[in-house]
Design a protein around this ligand. Structure first.
Ligand SMILES: NC(=O)c1ccc[n+]([C@@H]2O[C@H](COP(=O)([O-])OP(=O)(O)OC[C@H]3O[C@@H](n4cnc5c(N)ncnc54)[C@H](OP(=O)(O)O)[C@@H]3O)[C@@H](O)[C@H]2O)c1
Length: 279
């Protein structure tokens, strides 16, 4: 049993998960850094006394159970879960295959649920934090992102509903909405595009792919700074339910708030006329 706070991070072999693990260790926490390829995690995060590297594919409930058991065996507790692992399927809905959509949901939505389900029994025994990395695409629907948005919107609905369920146990939940951060997400290792099959979409499909490819390596956000921001949040007496990470994420949220307000006002009379006459 350690007296340090224990972070459990998914997808810690590449991308911002590596920064989260390094920052948490540097701040004096114990870290369970997980990934599909433990060697890659070990190489990326480096050696540290209070580091446990465990194999974990978030789509495998066997992996999840084994990883949580290994974490509890080693450290006796889990204080902060960071559901970070995800992939990105870009494409128009009609061109994405059912298998691609299923994989997007399995990794981006059901994966965090799998990990959380296994960790909540541990967390109910102590005051804990739980955060899931969503996206600007969890706030607003973007063309060419129908599968990714479905996963991230699902993640947000689940997290918002989970919050009052677990709050009485002293467990906080935080949705993190990063804007564009410079990671591996837009590389071939993490991004798969739908195969263009429908002539009506051909021009826009090609433009979108070109745009995402051009964004790779140009994203403004610094994942090391995001990692330090997460440490700040976790250190707060009452962590926020949502953290909009980056000026671009704030702009998306502000536009969404305006859109919702405008939609509420636009048909207010019609909307408020729908009660039964005897109600
Ligand atoms: N970067 C951005 O601009 C941005 C913006 C908004 C939201 N996000 C979100 O931020 C989070 C981290 O993304 P990132 O930008 O760091 O992407 P990344 O560089 O592509 O890293 C993704 C990580 O997820 C892991 N992963 C993928 N599928 C997995 C699975 N089935 N089981 C376990 N691990 C798996 C990858 O491991 P492998 O090496 O095994 O593939 C990798 O470590 C994601 O939730 C993403 O949606 C990123």
């Amino acid at each position: 049993m350690t007296d340090k706070r224990v972070w459990f991070i998914t997808g810690a072999g590449r991308g911002m998960g590596v920064d989260f693990a390094k920052a948490a260790l540097a701040a004096g926490n114990a870290v369970v850094a997980t990934g599909r390829n433990p060697e890659a995690v070990r190489t990326a995060v480096g050696d540290a006394e209070d580091l446990l590297v465990v194999r974990l594919d978030v789509t495998s409930t066997e992996d999840v159970e084994a990883a949580v058991k290994a974490a509890v065996d080693r450290f006796g507790r889990i204080d902060v879960l960071v559901n970070n692992a995800a992939n990105f399927y870009g494409g128009y809905f009609e061109e994405l295959t059912p298998a691609q959509i299923e994989d997007q949901l399995a990794t981006g939505l059901l994966g965090p649920m799998n990990v959380t389900r296994a960790i909540l029994p541990v967390m109910r025994q102590q005051r804990s934090g739980h955060m899931s990395i969503s996206s600007g695409a969890g706030l607003s629907g973007f063309e060419f992102n129908s599968a990714y948005c479905a996963a991230k919107f699902g993640l947000e609905g689940w997290m918002e509903a989970l919050q009052p369920e677990v709050a009485p146990f002293g467990i906080s939940t935080t949705i993190v909405n990063p804007g564009f951060f410079r990671t591996d997400l837009l590389t071939q290792e993490s991004t798969s595009y739908a195969t263009p099959t429908i002539a009506d979409y051909a021009g826009r499909h090609a433009e979108r792919v070109q745009w995402y490819e051009s964004m790779n390596g140009q994203q403004e956000g610094d994942p090391a700074k995001l990692a330090r921001a997460l440490l700040t949040i976790v250190g707060q007496e009452q962590p926020p339910r949502r953290f909009l990470a980056g000026a671009d994420a704030i702009a998306i949220a502000e536009q969404k708030a305006k859109d919702l307000q405008q939609q509420a006002n636009a048909l207010r009379d019609l909307s408020t006329s729908l009660a039964r006459d005897d109600a």
